[in-house]
Ligand binder design. Structure first.
Ligand code: PLP
Length: 451
């Protein structure tokens, strides 16, 4: 690890927070030390939770993508984490962007250097005014999965390049989308005929196997379905050139998914020289790049043996400790209404680890662990980060808990319920990749500086 004094800092984009170099662990420490200093000076809210985003990790994920899937251009799914540095870095690396709304399109175009052709409007059900806006800003490629969408597009953006989103097997994913989106294959001939009748150009097929896909074999079946829709396209008089294989890529299974995709492309699209193949990865790029540091703001001991129990026939027997019950309830300053909304919306299970104990960063590995629960700061009892986890039972108010893999579907959907602020992000360019990343960002800033 680098030492704290070793950290250089500069601001590449004036409107963004400083970009720090050095290992993310250093910045976690720095952040915690700053917070503690402010807390001892009685600064209100000094112990705020914060993210450390390692842009070097985003860069490494892109290298992985290029190695495993060189023929598939990623269009980063902005919804997953619309972080301005992530978008700049990915734009500089040459990815496209999957946007789902006017604001996402505006945010991406504002960065500079991203052309409207680098955006796919991958929301099959759009408001007419949003489609009109897409036409105005030059975003032409958009998905549909129903005939009402085709009528809207024909009315307000007749030059659009339409992509039919088909239904595929999403039963092997944490978040299934099939109940809401995707045309069953039986409906596709009718949809394509309607598009033809309306004079619309349909350029290809997209699918999404569901977010957080834990069985990459589903991509094979999805490619088989996509191929049959290419045939349907031919039969309707279209010549599809675009295949969009969607998102769903899990970090640990990425290479496996890439191998299935490559085999599937060889099987179902052997002559694909003049085809454009794209994907819409979200979580793959950002999940591992963001960590969250949270402060223990309160602790309680639930149902300790010494707690006098009410004299009731049904009262629990408090005389013996219950080994299945948490021994301490820790309350931290971000919760399910904030960054941990991923527990509710993205079906995540999060695992805290101790970042600091009694003000020290040296946390002994021999510390006895106990069953504990971790709660968010709002006054709602649904705000539980972890019902049962193992932590030392002697952490104090002011100690810090860390959570890894917090980059996907966290910040983007966080609210300020109960008046709690969103956790801010500290950016670093990581260890081994820091020169590449900083050079790439600096060159990008020089070319498209601050629109
Ligand atoms: N594309 C679309 C249309 C989506 O709805 C999503 C996620 O909701 C994604 C891409 C990104 O998926 P993932 O983060 O699983 O890669």
């Amino acid at each position: 690890l680098k030492t704290i004094n070793d950290v250089e800092e500069d601001i590449i984009f004036p409107s963004l927070p400083p970009l720090l170099s050095g290992h993310p662990e250093v910045h976690l420490r720095n952040g915690i030390m700053n917070a503690s200093r402010l807390a001892s000076a009685n600064t209100p809210d000094a112990e705020k939770a914060f993210f450390v985003a390692d842009l070097g990790q985003v860069y490494l994920q892109h290298q992985r993508w290029k190695t495993a899937l060189p023929e598939i251009r990623p269009f980063y799914a902005v919804k997953c984490n619309p972080d301005p540095y992530v978008i700049r870095l990915l734009a500089a690396l040459g990815t496209g962007f999957d946007c789902a709304s006017n604001n996402e399109i505006a945010q991406v175009l504002e960065v500079g250097g991203i052309e409207p052709q680098d955006i796919i409007y991958a929301n099959p059900c759009k408001a007419a005014s949003f489609i009109r806006n897409a036409a105005k800003v030059g975003v032409d490629t958009m998905t549909f999965d129903n005939s009402d969408e085709l009528y809207k597009i024909a009315r307000v953006h007749p030059r659009a390049r339409c992509v039919v989103r088909i239904l595929t097997d999403d039963s092997k994913s944490l978040c299934a989308f099939g109940v809401k989106y995707g045309a069953p294959l039986s409906t596709v001939p009718g949809l394509l005929a309607k598009a033809k009748e309306l004079g619309l150009e349909v350029v290809g097929v997209s699918f999404h196997v569901g977010s957080g896909c834990y069985d990459p074999n589903v991509y094979m079946d999805a490619l088989m379905r996509a191929h049959s829709v290419f045939v349907m396209g031919n039969e309707t008089g279209y010549n599809f050139k675009l295949l969009d294989v969607g998102g769903g890529f899990e970090d640990a299974l990425f290479e496996k998914a890439a191998a299935v995709l490559k085999a599937g492309l060889d099987r179902y699209f052997p002559n694909r020289q003049d085809m454009q193949i794209i994907a819409e990865p979200g979580r793959f790029y950002v999940s591992t790049a963001f960590r969250l540091a949270t402060n223990i703001i309160a602790r309680r001991a639930p149902l300790k043996p010494s707690t006098p129990s009410l004299p009731s026939a049904t009262a629990p027997d408090d005389s013996a400790p219950n080994v299945d019950q948490p021994v301490v309830m820790y309350y931290i300053n971000d919760g399910v209404y904030g960054a941990f909304n991923c527990i509710l919306f993205d079906h995540q299970i999060v695992h805290p680890h101790v970042l600091s104990m009694n003000g020290s960063f040296h946390v002994s590995q021999d510390e006895p662990m106990h069953l504990c629960s971790v709660w968010g700061p709002t006054c709602d009892s649904i705000d539980c980060v972890s019902k049962k986890t193992t932590l030392p039972a002697n952490l104090h108010v002011g100690d810090w808990l860390g959570f890894d893999n917090m980059g996907a579907y966290t910040i983007c959907a966080a609210s300020q319920f109960n008046g709690f602020e969103l956790s801010k992000v500290i950016y670093t360019t990581g260890g081994s990749t820091r020169f590449e990343v900083r050079n790439i960002l600096a060159a990008f800033a020089a070319k498209f500086s601050e629109n």
